[in-house]
Design a protein around this ligand. Structure first.
Ligand code: 3HC
Length: 298
């Protein structure tokens, strides 16, 4: 099936998954003027995602970063649970559900049954193979990776990734869509584990854990050196809490299986995940997020 959709033809974007990334992507699309459906499996999850968007849009408004009234942006977003209603009129579906192949497969099967034939499917996967995911669908040529960074509303980059079957027209349309979101797309031609950003970033997070695990440094020291020595905008552990320790762990497990020993997740990270201390989203991670994070300046 060939994709003949131009970015000008896109009016409705469906986002599947209302977690950290999904609700952020829905917000970005609404800010760009698209009608958006935001879908998750439970009312509570969708409501929480929508409330996070409300907070963010008002915050942007408070900081004079919004070009229109917050309510106008919010009215473009329809939060819901029903898959058929979410995708039946979608031109593009962006999937941002958990990084578990079985969950993604189930979602694509339900999605395929209701999405229009011409709709493009884009996955926000952090590391999984775009080719493998595309083969779960009946439209592998109309399928690609569209990888945003947390928080999507503030981060400029979008990785656009071709799978083995992705059509050139699909890639061009998704790059143009990213530009219409006022983002900067970078094209990743090789569908390799972790693409570019996570192949570089997750070993950094992992190495920080190893340094603490082996007693070389404490968390505050790693974070102050990351900020004031390396010049990162956040400490490495602060960033892990922002990204989600569960997300970092799943990416590393995948890189470990695909690329070898160098990517073995540090036991300290595994323990955080087992304890469900995922970071900001659970209120506890390397830091307690019920209190403000204080990082030493020297
Ligand atoms: N919406 C609106 N406002 C937000 C927000 C959001 N989603 N998130 C944070 N803010 C607000 C804060 O509440 C704060 O408000 P305050 O000043 O009233 O307290 C304000 O933004 C901070 O903004 P500033 O511009 O003053 O702060 P910074 O210059 O520090 O920028 C940042 C914030 C852009 C988040 C910056 O710290 C940063 O770039 N951090 C690194 C993030 C990063 O690397 N993300 C990528 C992770 S990798 C990934 O996601 C991939 C995945 O696959 C693993």
């Amino acid at each position: 099936m060939a994709n003949d959709m131009d970015v000008e033809d896109i009016t409705r974007v469906a986002v599947l998954g209302a977690g950290n990334m999904g609700h952020g992507i829905a917000e970005v699309a609404a800010l760009a003027g698209y009608d958006v459906t935001l879908r998750d499996i439970e009312e509570d999850i969708v409501r929480e995602g929508y409330e996070d968007i409300e907070w963010s849009v008002h915050k942007l408004d408070d900081k004079d970063r919004l070009e229109e009234d917050p309510e106008t942006v919010l009215k473009r977003i329809m939060p819901l649970v029903d898959m058929e209603t979410a995708v039946e009129d979608a031109d593009v579906v962006i999937e941002a559900v958990p990084e578990v192949m079985d969950i993604k497969t189930e979602v694509y099967e339900a999605l395929e049954a209701h999405a229009p034939d011409g709709a493009i499917f884009a996955t926000n996967t952090s590391a999984l193979s775009i080719t493998d995911l595309s083969e779960v669908t009946e439209r592998p040529t109309q399928f690609c990776g569209m990888h945003f960074f947390n928080p999507p509303v503030r981060m400029q980059l979008v990785e656009v990734i071709s799978g083995a079957h992705t059509g050139e027209e699909t890639i061009e349309t998704i790059e143009a869509l990213a530009e219409s979101f006022e983002k900067t797309p970078v094209r990743v031609r090789k569908d390799s584990p972790g693409f570019v950003v996570n192949r570089v970033l997750t070993p950094l997070l992992n190495e920080a854990c190893w340094a603490v695990h082996e007693g070389d440094a404490d968390i505050a020291t790693v974070d102050s050196t990351s900020k004031y020595g390396v010049g990162l905008p956040m400490g490495t552990f602060e960033l892990a809490d922002r990204v989600g320790n569960d997300v970092a762990y799943h990416v590393l497990e995948y890189l470990h299986a695909e690329l070898g020993e160098a990517y073995e997740p540090c036991p300290l990270l595994s323990q955080k995940v087992e304890a469900e201390q995922f970071g900001e989203k659970t209120g506890e991670g390397w830091y307690d997020h019920d209190e403000s994070v204080e990082i030493p300046t020297e």
